[in-house]
Write a protein that binds this ligand. Sequence first.
Ligand SMILES: NC(=O)C1=CN([C@@H]2O[C@H](COP(=O)(O)OP(=O)(O)OC[C@H]3O[C@@H](n4cnc5c(N)ncnc54)[C@H](OP(=O)(O)O)[C@@H]3O)[C@@H](O)[C@H]2O)C=CC1
Ligand SMILES: O=C(O)C1=N[C@H](C(=O)O)C[C@H](O)C1
Length: 269
Amino acid sequence: MKLVITGASGRMGRMLIETALNTAGVTLHGALDSESSASLGKDAGEFLGKTTGVLISHDAAAVLAGADCVIDFTHPDATLNYLPLCIEQGVNLVVGTTGFDEAGKAALRQASESIGVVFSPNMAIGVNATFKILELAAKILNSGYDIEIIEAHHRMKVDAPSGTALKMGEVVANALGRDLNECAIYGREGHTGVREDTTIGFSTIRGGDIIGDHTVLFAGMGERIEVTHKSSSRQSYATGAVRAALYLETKNTGWFDMQDVLGLKDVTA
Ligand SMILES: NC(=O)C1=CN([C@@H]2O[C@H](COP(=O)(O)OP(=O)(O)OC[C@H]3O[C@@H](n4cnc5c(N)ncnc54)[C@H](OP(=O)(O)O)[C@@H]3O)[C@@H](O)[C@H]2O)C=CC1
Ligand SMILES: O=C(O)C1=N[C@H](C(=O)O)C[C@H](O)C1
């Protein structure tokens, strides 16, 4: 499978290049970065001390020619810029980028009528298992428990709450028959009044080099349950993303998430 990695000099881009180079059946076909990137023209493997023959480029049309799949961990503006070229050239797309607005998500979903798309705010197997655990926890703790979602990430992260925290909120809200758009509380300040029963609160921490911690707290009277996932390396995200690209090898169109890729859709307790 011929893979193109966007955001090639970013934290995830580099991890993805290393993972692609180490995965049997995968060829690094191209590497893209922003037009202002200091890495343009450099070998994509330079940061590993390797020569791959793939030079980091800004010419998306040229790089995408002949590719099978793009893995994109960048910024919503970048993803939506690459999208028409993927459609035009029939190149599948794995999107790990977070922070899309509703219109951006709709554009990706529409693209999946022409190409295969895997869209997931977190590609780690453990996080996707946690989504399942949360579904069950929410169904059991369906009344008498206040739900709060706490996430912590590195100081360079630009979107909040994290895509994973929002997805956790969605999973819990759906399990309880609530609409996250109606029950989410994003931070509190001043005289807030007492907590309303059916709300789901989000708290965001940004600092240092924290890779990604997520906790869903079910706080009852006299006890509390915390479901926590902590990432200690970006490798888990990259491994999941390359697995998603391989999953798309047999697909020409369609909208998928990591639950599809990992075969978790039908897993019930
Ligand atoms: N789904 C998942 O499992 C995970 C998702 N993520 C998400 O992936 C994204 C990237 O994270 P991370 O690697 O830490 O971020 P970085 O800032 O380290 O990397 C982003 C890369 O994208 C490039 N880029 C940014 N804007 C544009 C643009 N408009 N056009 C072209 N290229 C652009 C940057 O280039 P330059 O620096 O030159 O601007 C950089 O190379 C985030 O949305 C994050 O939330 C992260 C980890 C896991
Ligand atoms: O920006 C990050 O680093 C991460 N972003 C994703 C998110 O927003 O959920 C996934 C992971 O938590 C790391």
